[in-house]
Design a protein around this ligand. Structure first.
Ligand SMILES: Cc1ncc(C[n+]2csc(CCOP(=O)(O)OP(=O)(O)O)c2C)c(N)n1
Ligand SMILES: [Mg+2]
Length: 411
């Protein structure tokens, strides 16, 4: 995919398609059912090479679940997954409207990637640790976070649990073991490995999951994480979300037009590539990795193959660097419709129920938004008081900060 341009002696990868190009990703050579599921505990990392070079898929184009990786979820679990994905998409759309009307400053959607954090978090235990990027807010729905609290954070109003200290979408959710999203991308990857080692050291049955983008995987943090995870046999699940783009930079710039998943193999890590728009495949691969980690067999390195259907953020205009219809041509389709079609196919869902669900969630989001703005919005305030700059960071405030606080408060 993509071509390399010779620029002097430096080889510069290019995106496969640019504005005005006809988009054709071709069809994937990997079909649901292609890969057997090896034993998660006894399998040697070298035996995962086919999984790293291939693609684990479960849902076929007819809405059927095929092969050994079918996690055999109950209809209630499938409907729960669908509901959370619909919730995230509608929530995102509402937050973008709020950003466009000046009620919050900045926003990032998960459009097209809704299955990633939702399926993967559903496959974990409740006490497992989550080290997300800004593209995994959906994990919070699975862990039961109140939507009003999420919106208050995005606004940065008086009820923001982190009092405007972070950019919107850079959530912290202590009760859900959802660690603060880091603005400098990539830092969470090696931190997650450290926390997973702490769990091992304490003898706790806890696994840590983390994600990094294709672009950020070109940073050193990614490589430190893989090395430490391998050397110390860390109970961690390391996901590279290859959504094809890092703002306007194509994934080829980070992968060298190779494959992200196989990068775990030289580090001695079990490595798998999974269809990131296939809820069932994601769930199953994550369960497999959790079982492997919890048994002491070490980390799994996963490439989640997906497509960032929306803009990078509310500050980005993708029409400048990619064809507008590119996301509609993605071979993985839309994760929500794929799970919906599966539920319809097995007789557990209907078009009417889908419409009812969307209407119910839409009202839920509107109610939550109305409640959240009671505590302030960007245009009108109120905001957290200036004094909160000095609280909740240090257990014991250092003397020089005390002085600054007293000066601010006129004491
Ligand atoms: C260390 C660092 N460098 C650059 C940035 C600016 N930045 C924010 S997101 C981003 C792109 C990340 O792309 P990717 O890792 O593919 O994640 P995606 O947004 O596609 O989920 C960049 C360059 C940053 N926040 N931190
Ligand atoms: Mg990316």
């Amino acid at each position: 995919m993509g071509s390399k341009e010779e620029s002097g002696k430096i080889s510069v990868p290019d995106a496969p398609f640019r504005p005005g190009d006809e988009v054709d990703f071709g069809s994937w050579p990997w079909k649901p059912g292609d890969h057997p599921m090896p034993d998660p505990i006894s399998t040697n990392y070298e035996e995962t090479e086919d999984l790293a070079k291939g693609l684990v898929r479960v849902l076929d184009d007819n809405g059927d679940a095929i092969g050994e990786w079918d996690p055999k979820l109950t209809p209630d679990e499938l409907r729960m997954g669908l509901e959370h994905m619909v919730r995230l998409r509608i929530f995102d759309d509402r937050m973008m409207k709020m950003q466009r009307t000046g009620l919050l400053s900045f926003y990032m959607r998960s459009f097209g990637e809704e299955a990633v954090a939702i399926a993967q978090t559903m496959a974990l235990n409740e006490n497992d640790w989550i080290f997300p990027t800004y593209r995994q807010p959906g994990a919070q729905f699975v862990r039961g976070r109140d939507m009003v609290s999420m919106i208050c954070h995005c606004i940065g109003n008086e009820e923001d649990n982190i009092k405007g200290r972070q950019m919107p979408v850079h959530y912290s959710y202590r009760d859900g073991r959802f660690i603060s999203v880091s603005s400098p991308v990539g830092t969470q990857f090696s931190q997650a490995v450290g926390v997973s080692l702490a769990s091992s050291y304490k003898g706790l049955d806890e696994v840590t999951i983390t994600w990094i983008g294709d672009g950020a995987s070109a940073e050193g943090d990614y490589h430190y994480a893989l090395n430490f995870a391998s050397v110390f046999c860390a109970p961690v699940i390391l996901n590279v979300v290859n959504n094809q783009w890092a703002i306007s930079t194509h994934a080829n710039f980070a992968s060298g037009m190779g494959n992200f998943s196989t990068r775990g193999l030289p580090y001695g890590l079990a490595s798998i590539r999974v269809d990131g728009n296939d809820f069932l495949a994601l769930y199953s691969v994550t369960k497999w990795a959790r079982e492997r980690a919890a048994s002491g067999s070490g980390a799994t390195h996963i490439e989640v193959l997906t497509y960032r259907a929306g803009a990078h953020s509310s500050s980005d205009d993708p029409s400048r660097y990619r064809p507008g219809d590119e996301h509609t041509k993605w071979p993985g389709g839309d994760p929500i419709y794929r799970l919906r079609d599966h539920l319809v196919k097995i007789g557990e869902w209907t078009e009417e129920k889908q419409t009812e669900l969307e209407e119910r969630i839409d009202s839920e989001v509107v109610e939550a938004y109305k409640e959240a703005v009671k505590y302030g919005d960007l245009a009108n305030g109120p905001y957290p008081s200036a004094e909160t700059i000095f609280t909740e960071v240090y257990e014991e405030v250092p003397w020089h900060l005390k002085e600054q606080r007293d000066e601010l408060m006129g004491e």
